[in-house]
Design a protein around this ligand. Structure first.
Ligand code: 5GP
Length: 178
């Protein structure tokens, strides 16, 4: 089964996705490709950091389940290669969630949101995003919320990472067993 976790930038979905796979033994986290440069302090394993040429040639070869352009950088989900019996967790933007739905892939859609725009901005600044980037991500977050609504995703407010992860884990467990 496929589980998609989306949400605006700076909402903490990367941490949540990692905690979910660490605490569930049958959940496999897909590693996305990106052409953006690695952030200071970012785990080098959080993405496969590709050159634009490499990314574009992979698109041509049909290696992506979905891909998108975000603030001038390419991001994509390679065709999943999960071990047998594992559920697949995709941590992608709502456009990616939309692409999954369009491909008629049955999926549990979860949209993690910040408690407030101020909280989102504080997180983005805290991880070192320049102010211009903070404003772009906030604006984009507004559109993302609308798309999530259209898609009928479960909206979960991340007011506390532990609590939020627990809530999402319960949703996933319920989804994969019914
Ligand atoms: P960031 O630059 O903050 O790591 O990611 C920017 C946005 O791209 C986030 O909303 C993130 O969820 C999304 N993203 C990351 N990987 C993928 C992917 O493979 N496909 C899509 N559609 N979005 C992705």
């Amino acid at each position: 089964m496929v589980i998609v976790v989306s949400g605006p930038g700076g909402v903490g979905k990367g941490t949540i996705a990692q905690q979910l796979v660490d605490s569930m033994d049958n959940l496999w986290l897909s590693k996305s490709w990106t052409t953006r440069t690695i952030r200071k302090g970012e785990d080098p394993k959080s993405y496969y950091f590709a050159s634009r040429e490499e990314f574009e040639s992979s698109i041509e070869s049909g290696n992506f389940l979905e891909w998108t352009e975000f603030h001038g950088n390419l991001y994509g989900t390679p065709l999943p290669d999960a071990p047998d019996g594992e559920h697949i967790l995709l941590e992608i933007d709502v456009q990616g969630a939309k692409a999954v739905v369009r491909k008629s892939i049955p999926a549990l859609l979860i949209f993690v949101d910040a408690p407030s725009v101020e909280a989102q901005a504080t997180r983005l600044r805290g991880r070192g995003d320049p102010e211009e980037e903070v404003q772009r991500r906030i604006l984009r977050g507004k559109k993302e919320r609308e798309i999530a609504k259209e898609l009928g995703a479960y909206v979960i407010i991340n007011d506390d990472v532990e609590r939020t992860t627990k809530e999402i884990r319960a949703l996933i467990e319920n989804y994969v067993t019914t």
